[in-house]
Design a protein around this ligand. Structure first.
Ligand code: BDR
Ligand code: CA
Length: 301
């Protein structure tokens, strides 16, 4: 049986790669996509999700979520993803707005999770605002969540500040609610996403794999300007490849505390613990990861 997942996302170029990998996986059943403000504002992240699902010829429902963090002012990453969130790429066809739910993302999350016959895996690849609100408004949903697989945080370093990763930095108060929830969390932080960077050569192979590969390669050509030919870090893809190929990753068990205020806001303090709820990814098979990245697009033909 395919594993039922919901993706909460702020597309975002690496989000687009991750969603595409999930939609083409024969191991995953994407029940719902919910959007959040992050890399760019909610209008763009939602439009990008609708345009992508339309482009891929899928019917996955999409629900628009929260634009602004719980407490802080919004911070975007448009310098990485472009002002629209997908670089200079333009989807040819008009997005199918019938995919878009009339309900708010938090309500759709609640309904989908409560109604699910098999506990849901939540894949969170943007700021955690929607998920934090879900837990505050509908705490009963926690009972039917198998696991949260998220891209966020780092044992060491940062990309938004010297000590904070963007998704956690963008809404540290929400992240704290999620990490403190006691739900099992698989954390793909910068330690592993940077390690599993792909190369320009890998992207060239993706480009040869038909129209989906071409779309991804075009977006990555923009995204690559922030990185380098040897190390294009497609952060959010780690979450999906963990679900489809868990053997590629090594974890350690920990409790994670999120700093919410001050100079270190957004920092994830990782304390090793035998009864921690967080499995922090510490290592990965880089060559196998790169091969699976290319393989995603072979399967789209
Ligand atoms: C994370 O921040 C965003 O810019 C990316 O989409 C990814 O989710 C990386 O720090
Ligand atoms: Ca993201």
């Amino acid at each position: 049986m395919k594993r039922p997942i919901i993706i909460d996302t702020d597309p975002g170029i690496d989000d687009i790669v991750a969603i595409t990998a999930a939609l083409f996986s024969d191991k995953l059943d994407v029940k719902l996509i919910t959007t959040v403000g992050g890399n760019v504002g909610i209008t763009h992240t939602t439009r990008n999700a609708v345009d992508l699902v339309t482009f891929l010829g899928r019917n996955t429902p999409i629900a628009k979520g929260v634009d602004e963090p719980l407490v802080n002012k919004p911070k975007t990453a448009s310098q990485v993803h472009g002002s629209s969130g997908v670089g200079t790429y333009q989807f040819e066809a008009e997005g199918n707005t019938a995919l878009l739910s009339k309900e708010h993302a938090v309500i759709e999350l609640r309904n989908n999770i409560i109604d699910a016959a098999v506990p849901i895996t939540l894949v969170a690849i943007g700021p955690l605002t929607n998920i934090a609100l879900l837990f505050k408004m509908f705490p009963e949903t926690k009972e039917n969540i198998k696991e949260i697989v998220l891209m966020g945080g780092a044992i060491e370093g940062g990309n938004a500040t010297p000590v904070a990763e963007f998704n956690i930095f963008a809404d540290p108060h929400a992240a704290k609610i999620v990490f403190d929830s006691a739900i099992k969390i698989f954390m793909c932080g910068l330690d592993v996403t940077r390690l599993t960077s792909v190369t320009a050569g890998d992207v060239a192979k993706v480009k040869e794999q038909g129209t989906v590969g071409e779309m991804i390669a075009e977006m990555l050509a923009y995204y690559k300007q922030t990185y380098s030919d040897d190390a294009i870090t497609i952060h959010d893809l780690c979450t999906i490849l963990y679900l489809t190929h868990p053997d590629l990753f090594q974890t350690k068990r920990a409790k994670v505390n999120v700093v919410t205020e001050g100079e270190a806001a957004g920092h994830t303090v990782v304390n090793d613990s035998d009864d921690g709820n967080v499995f922090v990814c510490v290592d990965a098979d880089v060559e196998a990861f790169r091969e699976e990245f290319i393989q995603v697009f072979v399967e789209t033909i």
